[in-house]
Ligand binder design. Structure first.
Ligand code: UDP
Ligand code: MG
Length: 320
């Protein structure tokens, strides 16, 4: 199928939003001349979202439903949608009507102007005090780590080009950093201000207090992912060798003192002696980690067809 624009939407308990979401998308997109598809990925909803998707699929040919076998989380759901998508331009958005379907053409417009990625950011961010401080700090760190100067990483409303997603492996809550993962120096991106609505129906799936901790872990992983994913031995090997050499140096000094200066190890330097042995062993262990990680990564890149999710059923031949 030849397709210009795929819109990918993860759905978790959005039965009350689906009608309006799809009809507004239909209205917006039918006034353009793009060949488009809308892929909604039901992420194991416990309400009637999937039934709703089936019935909407019969009404709208552009709507393609994918029913994941369970709740895999927003990131994996998005990925399932990306992998089934066929458009040259792929737009991700939320299915809870916080993102306005009417904004889609603005994204497409900019992609047609030649940008590699277009991100949305909240025009007004009413968060105050602590929340704002955390968010600003996180942004500063992500910008530093990734070298990508995006105003707002958090928004899931983004447009990508197909080739950017083809080779992208992401797990966990990577949607938060998709911008940082996708963009590399030299890629053209821009951001547009969006009006983000309050949720009218259903409930938000994230709590801020949980999010802080996850973001910190994700940031550490992001650094690792961006820099060492393809060469883990560089990290573990260097740390291992450093630890080994420091230990060797220390123990050399202590033994020198023992043999030539009459130093009493057992009485005065036992802790230092043991510590240097510990450093040497640690060095070997890090070295070993590095080798194992390197082998693991080889296997990882060889076995490309590992899938992360199972699909129970589809509507309108999603993905084919
Ligand atoms: N979502 C999902 N699986 C989940 C949680 C959320 O597919 O396990 C979807 C949800 O239906 C929505 C989008 O991801 O379309 C964003 O979720 P939500 O609105 O709860 O996040 P918030 O806007 O509160 O950050
Ligand atoms: Mg939301």
């Amino acid at each position: 199928m030849n397709c210009d624009v795929s819109i990918v939407i993860p759905i978790y308990n959005e039965e009350l939003n689906l009608d309006e979401l799809v009809s507004r998308l239909a209205e917006t997109l039918s006034s353009t001349n793009y060949i488009f598809e809308v892929i909604v990925v039901n992420d194991g909803s416990s309400d009637n979202s999937w039934k709703k998707i089936i019935s909407l699929s019969t009404k709208y040919n552009f709507l393609k439903g994918i029913d994941l076998a369970g709740n895999y989380g927003q990131t994996i759901a998005l990925r399932a949608g990306f992998e089934a998508s066929q458009g040259e331009i792929i737009i991700a958005m939320d299915g809870d009507l916080q993102h306005n379907p009417e904004d889609v053409p603005r994204f497409v417009e900019l992609m047609h102007q030649g940008y590699d990625m277009v991100g949305g950011y909240k025009e007004e961010r009413p968060e105050l005090g602590f929340k704002k401080w955390i968010s600003n700090t996180a942004h500063f760190i992500i910008q530093k780590i990734s070298g990508v100067k995006m105003k707002y990483f958090g928004a899931t409303f983004k447009a990508y080009r197909r080739y950017q997603l083809d080779n992208l492996n992401f797990l966990g809550d990577a949607t938060r950093f998709m911008g940082a993962l996708v963009l590399r120096k030299g890629m053209r991106f821009t951001e547009i201000p969006l009006k983000i609505n309050e949720r009218k129906a259903g409930t938000s799936n994230y709590k801020f207090s949980n999010v802080i901790f996850e973001v910190i872990l994700d940031l550490i992983f992001l650094k690792f992912f961006l820099t060492y994913m393809h060469k883990p031995f560089r990290l573990f090997g260097v740390v291992g060798i450093a630890s080994f050499l420091i230990g060797l140096f220390l123990i050399g000094g202590i033994l020198f003192g023992f043999f030539f200066l009459g130093l009493k190890i057992k009485e005065n330097y036992l802790a230092e002696f043991l510590f240097s042995i510990f450093l040497i062993i640690l060095g070997f262990m890090f070295f070993g980690f590095g080798v194992i990680a390197e082998v693991g990564i080889y296997n990882y890149f060889l076995k490309k067809n590992n899938t992360l999710y199972n699909i129970r059923s589809k509507t309108n031949n999603a993905g084919s």
